[in-house]
Each structure stands twice: as C-alpha cells, then as structure tokens.
Design a protein around this ligand. Structure first.
Ligand code: FES
Length: 433
C-alpha cells in the first residue's frame, strides 16, 4: 500500500487551519508534500476518468492519468468500463501511446506481450521460451487494475481497495450533481474532442478556484466581462450560496440564466427557457434555477465544472508546479443538434486555452505558484477567512450551506478535506464532512 512519509503526514495539521482560514504556502510548492498528495489524495480518492458517451463501443479506449500514474480506460468485451495502469508488467514499458481509439488488444512494443480490454495478459511472444521452471502464470501478470464505479454516466476510478464506495464518497453532493447529470431523462453527452493544455501552477489553485472563488470574477475578469456584455454580472448575496459536502463544493446564484460562456446565445437561452418547467419537475424549483446559472464547482480533488457554461475539466498534477488541464464540452443528449456548436463555440471563446477567462485565470494561478520560489515567501500563510460566520440552515439546499456566493467557505472545506486525507493513515480515519 503506497504510503512513505508518516512523519510528514503528522505535520500536515500545522500547515492547514481550515477552520480559521489560514493555509501555509508550502503546500503549493514543496516536493515532499506533493509526493504525499500523490499517495494519499490521488492514489486514494475516486478520480474521474471518462464519461459513458466517450466510450460507446466495445474496444473504445482513452489514456489519461490518475495523479501521475498513466492509465488506460477501456470498454471491455463485457460492456463494462475498465481502468488499469498503462505500464507493462514485464519491464514497465508504456503499453498504449494513443490518446484514444478502438482496439482489441494493447500490445507492448518492447517484447510483444499483449493485454485484453480488461487489462488481463492474453499472450506473450515466443511462449516456448518460458518452459519448465520459468513457466509464466499469465493470470497473475495482468496490468494493475483500479476499481471503477459510475454515477449517472460519469466513470470514476480508484486504486485504494479500502476507499468507500463512489456513492458514499460523493455523499450529499450527488444531489447537486443531478442538476447537471439528471435535468433531462436522456442525461448528458460529451461532445467529441478533449483540449489538453499546461499551466505552470500547483493543481490546487485552479481546483479551489472552481470550488468557490466567485470573489475573483468581477475583478480578474472585469475587462472581459465589460467588453462582452457592457456590465458586470449581478451576484446577489441574498440569492446566492456556497454549498459543500466531503470537500466537493458548488458556488451558485439562483438566477437560472445568467451565464457568460455561451455569450447569451439566443438558441441556448431559448432551449433553457423551454425546458425550465421540465427541469423544475425533475429537480424541484431551487435546483432548476441552477441549471444555467452563473456558477462553478469542483468534485474533490480535481474534477471541476461550470454549469451554465457546460464544461467539465480535470486538473492533472505534473509535479508541484505544473498542471495538465483536460477540458470537455457537454450538453443534454436530447438537446437539439445545433446547440452543440453553440456550446462548443462558447467554451472555446471563454474557457479554452485561448479563451478570455481562462487566460485571465491562468496567469493568476501561475504567479500564485511561482512567487513561492522565495524561501521566506513560502513560509508565510495565506488568508481564506471570508464568510467565517455565514453558515445557514436552508430548507431545501443540502450539505453544508453558506449564504452568499462571494465567500471562501467552499475553499476552507476543500482544504479541510485535503488535510483530513493527507493526515490519515487509512480511510477509516477520514471523517465525513
Ligand atoms: Fe513490455 Fe517487455 S516491457 S513486453
């Protein structure tokens, strides 16, 4: 079981005082903390690997990473989604070099061992050379598999056999995810194509930005918002919230349609208005107002989404100061075909590497990381204290709910979950929050 630094783990408490909103900057820079994250966060948690519509047929596959572990995600002959290490059990060579495709086997180009769609070892080259004592037990030499569980078409993988089920892991946040995944009986589909880009930042800066940082939007994106719309969007404290459960969080207003990413595209606005009654029937009035709202969210640790903007993205760590961003565009599978292009265009103009909002954000994330090169700088604390007394009871909203979208409650919950996992020996020591 991967866990190499118990002493470092014991000191995590001193670095994160999520309750008071004080976070030590070393968690964004230090190599040993990063290595512990790979073990205790990424090798332990449920990590999003694919949506069902990306792999519709037997043999469809894609390659991605869980932490820094390269994995293949494929639809097996049993029709199920499998996830396993993309590293041969003979000498460890990468088995699959393609980003996506359809295959019957994954064959290693070093000595020719070949693996099935479920990762099992099917054949080796020159099998006659493995005679007598050197006989191979192929049943023990498959590619190392992760658990795979799904929630409404979203497939997650986990390398920790002791982790709770995906359902428990998501907890109350499933109720919020349904706003996106279940506002229509057809569910969602991912539009073909996945944009990958690199940011020179620690992966936590963008994840915590999406979990709850509406505060930055009117300032960081001021010029873009004014150029595009002539004014700032309205965020009313009395009609907006932070909500979180188990470190997953969503910040949102109940304004139904106010999104910027689709540039207020008339066909999208018309579609959302036509469907509003149906959304309310499936989700209730409050959640129906979140479908197209100006909002952002993150499923711990690294799956972010924008509701009205219709993009999912993952922040894949590549060292403590580098992150690979994977971006997808989604829409309701039953939505009119012409909306695909409208949503795709909206995301490209705003939250793609060339998009106006993403360029604004990326510069901030990179500078927040890079400045910690200073040895004195990196020993300082960061302040996450906004809204410390904003927790409320809401008659409909679930999980932990806080008044006002301009808040830092979700960021504190994100870092509390991070600290819980980093400090825990096993999942049994991780509290439900
Ligand atoms: Fe893959 Fe030898 S390393 S077959």
């Amino acid at each position: 079981k991967p866990d190499s630094n118990a002493k470092l783990a014991a000191g995590i408490e001193e670095l994160v005082d999520a309750e008071a909103g004080n976070i030590d900057r070393r968690i964004f820079w230090d190599e040993s903390i990063y290595n512990l994250e790979l073990e205790r966060i990424f090798a332990r948690c449920w990590i999003f690997v694919a949506h069902d519509t990306q792999l519709p047929n037997v043999g469809d596959f894609l390659t991605t990473t869980i932490g820094e572990d390269a994995v293949i995600v494929s639809r097996g002959e049993d029709g199920k989604i499998h996830t396993f290490l993309n590293s041969c059990t003979h000498r460890g060579n990468r088995v699959c070099f393609a980003e996506a495709g359809n295959s019957r086997r994954f064959t290693c180009n070093f000595h020719g061992w070949s693996y099935g769609l479920d990762g099992s070892l099917k054949n080796v080259s020159r099998p006659q050379s493995y005679s007598g004592k050197s006989n191979l037990d192929k049943s023990k030499l498959g590619l190392h598999k992760a658990r795979v569980e799904s929630y409404k078409g979203m497939h997650f993988a986990c390398f920790d056999p002791e982790a709770p089920s995906l359902e428990e892991y998501l907890g109350e946040f499933r109720w919020y995810l349904d706003v996106i995944l279940d506002n229509d009986e057809g569910g969602i589909e991912f539009i073909d194509g996945n944009i990958k880009s690199r940011l020179k930042c620690n992966w936590k800066f963008p994840a915590e930005n999406f979990v709850g940082d509406s505060y930055h939007a009117p300032w960081t994106h001021s010029s873009a918002l004014i150029a595009m719309f002539g004014k700032q969007p309205t965020m009313r404290p009395d009609r907006s919230y932070h909500a979180n459960a188990n470190g997953h969080g969503w910040e949102f207003g109940l304004d139904f349609i106010g999104n910027a990413a689709t540039l207020n595209s008339p066909p999208i606005i018309d579609y959302l208005r036509e469907q509003e009654a149906k959304f309310a029937e499936r989700l209730g009035k409050v959640r129906s107002r979140m479908v197209g709202a100006l909002s952002s969210a993150n499923v711990f640790p690294n799956l972010s989404f924008l509701a009205g903007h219709n993009t999912f993205r993952t922040w894949n760590p590549k060292g403590p100061r580098s992150t690979e961003l994977h971006t997808w565009v989604f829409l309701n599978a039953n939505a009119p075909e012409e909306l695909k292009e409208e949503y795709r265009r909206g995301v490209m103009l705003t939250f793609s590497p060339a998009g106006v909002f993403e360029m604004d954000d990326g510069e901030n994330f990179e500078n927040c990381t890079a400045v910690n090169v200073g040895v004195v700088t990196r020993q300082q604390q960061l302040h996450f204290g906004m809204g410390l007394d904003s927790k409320i009871e809401h008659e409909e909203l679930r999980g932990n709910v806080y008044q006002s979208q301009i808040n830092e409650a979700n960021q504190r919950a994100f870092y509390q979950r991070w600290a819980d996992l980093m400090g825990a020996e096993t999942w049994a020591d991780v509290p439900v929050r």
